[in-house]
Structures are given as structure tokens and as C-alpha cells.
Design a protein around this ligand. Sequence first.
Ligand SMILES: NC(=O)c1ccc[n+]([C@@H]2O[C@H](COP(=O)([O-])OP(=O)(O)OC[C@H]3O[C@@H](n4cnc5c(N)ncnc54)[C@H](OP(=O)(O)O)[C@@H]3O)[C@@H](O)[C@H]2O)c1
Length: 323
Amino acid sequence: MKYVDNKNNQLFIKEKAIENPKENELQIEVYSSGVNRADLLQKKGHYPPPAGESEIIGLEVSGKISKLGSLVNNFKIGDSVCAILGGGGYAEFVNVDFKQVMPVPGNINIHDAASLPETILTVYENIFNISEFQKGESILIHGGSSGIGTTAISILKNFTDKIYVTAGSKEKCDACLILGATKAINYNEEDFEEILIKEDIKIDVILDMVGGNYFKKNLKILNFKGRLTYIAAIGGIKGEVNILHIMNKQLRVSGSTLRSRSPELKGEIVQQVLKEIWPLIEEEKIGINIFKKFPMKEVNTAHELMESSKHIGKILLTIKGEK
Ligand SMILES: NC(=O)c1ccc[n+]([C@@H]2O[C@H](COP(=O)([O-])OP(=O)(O)OC[C@H]3O[C@@H](n4cnc5c(N)ncnc54)[C@H](OP(=O)(O)O)[C@@H]3O)[C@@H](O)[C@H]2O)c1
């Protein structure tokens, strides 16, 4: 099979033998693979795969089941599926534990379904499970135009009309508003803390991927019993904290990573998402936000686009049927 190899910060296509799935795994013939920010880190050697996972980059795919392990009885060969992976997505075939696999929603193109697993599972886990977001609460999403941010807006507009986001340009802010954000703050022109305080907007839940000096500001604008959850720290891993804000407002600060979790733990979120989010996709109450698709052989260009942060939404690699 063809796969994307990684040497000295450059990606190129190589060939290797297809491995058989283990008894708890199924094999997917990959149609498309999602590009994620974590892939850029892995390429640079900063984010190695968890023990036992494929060394090949790629955290999510869509495609058709081509083989079943002996213990897998809830899928059949030929089913259209998408899956969250610990690695191995930039390849023509990948083996994955059946608990991490979801059917492609009926109304979604099989290629486009590669945009769903990583962002939807991350948003669901951090906003609904960890932060216990309640219908009608206010939420602030930093990085509103990212793959994660656009997915969060698309989901949350079904649960609240108080969605605030930050993004780095007017174009990105406008895109977030079109998707359903209530207010979008261009952080290169305005200070989100100043704006929200001036307009007396209190935030119940914050999803942050920026970190750094946003920490102190986040604590200041959170409502009583507010929750702040970190999924990344693109802007810096160290921040200043006013402990009194945490005490006086009874705030909760948390963070998590999805990739390192066991198939059982990922499978729990998969089941929740299938029950709560998949129906909303099928009813077209949640749209998908694909910015651009690249053929597998243009994987370096796809990474350059993500590195540039000029994209709004998801970037995909087309693996099967590429020209
Ligand atoms: N913890 C987890 O389980 C988990 C799971 C999935 C993803 N993540 C993380 O979540 C983040 C988003 O993932 P993604 O795949 O959606 O990535 P993405 O589409 O590339 O989005 C990253 C966003 O960060 C913003 N950004 C970049 N540099 C920045 C800076 N210095 N300061 C402020 N904002 C900056 C960019 O928007 P602007 O132009 O507006 O700045 C960009 O839209 C990544 O860091 C990823 O690793 C974590």
C-alpha cells in the first residue's frame, strides 16, 4: 500500500505491505484522511505516537471496511465508516480497534466524513463531558476558525445562542458569524477581555487552545462556577493566574488529550457522539466545514496551508481515487 512517510520534516509517499487486523480490529480502505494540527507537531518529532500505535501520521480517516478481526461483529465488509485513530491515517489502509469506528452519517459523502471524528469527539468530550456545558449557557471558543472551533460553533448553535469566539482576522471572524457565532472578536485588533467586560458578557464555559497570557484573562471573564478547558497551548504553555478569581467564583480549570486514551475510553465518547451528535448531522442541524482537499501526493502543501493558519475549518487528504 501507499503511505506517507516522514523524514527530516518532509513528507513523501512510500510503499509497504498491508498488515492484517488484530482480532479486535477492523481494516479500513481509506478514502480520505483528516489533517490535524497535531500532525505538524508529529512531523517535527514533538508528538510521537502512543505506545503500540502506528508511526504513520494521521488521526482520523473515512473509507470502507476491507477486513474484519475475529472478534468484530458489529460491522461488515464494505460498510462506509469513519474512525478516530492513534496514528496511521495517511495511508491506503489502516487497522483500528472497532470501538473507535463510526458509520458514515447517511447524508454525508464518504470522503467528507474524514472531517468528523477528531473535532467532534474533542468538542464533545471537552465541552459537554468535562465542562458539563448546559443548554442556554454562554461559551467562548478561542481559535474559532480552526477545525475544532468551526465544529464547536456548528454543534453549539443547537444548544445556545450565546457563542463567542476569537480569531485572527476579519475574514475568519465573518466566517464564524456565518456559521452561527453570536459575536466574533478579532484578537489582532481588539482585546477579548476588555470587550466582554465592557459589554457585561459573562462566560460560563471557555474552550481554549491558545494558553499563555489568555489564562489570566479567561479567569477574569468567567462567570460564577465557570469552567475553563484546555486542549492545546499554541500561544505558550505558561500563564499567570489570579488564584482569588478561582476561589471567589468557584471556577474549574481542566484540560485533556484524546490521542493517548485507550480504545475503551475513546469508545465511550464514540457511543455518546453517535447518540447525541450523529442524529443532528443527519437532520442537517450540524454542517461540516471543509476548507480544502489535497491529493495524497500534495501532503506537504496541505501541511504548509495548516502551518500558515490561512484555512477556516478542516483540511483533508484524498487517498482513494486521487488524480
Ligand atoms: N487535546 C486534544 O485532545 C486535542 C484534540 C484535537 C485538537 N487539539 C488541538 O487543538 C488545536 C486546534 O486543532 P485544529 O486541528 O483545529 O487546528 P487548526 O485548524 O490548525 O487551528 C489552529 C488555530 O489556532 C489559531 N492560532 C495559531 N497560532 C496562534 C497563536 N499564536 N495565537 C492564537 N491563535 C493561534 C489559528 O487561528 P487564528 O488565525 O485565528 O490565530 C488556527 O485557526 C490544535 O492545537 C490541536 O493540536 C487538541
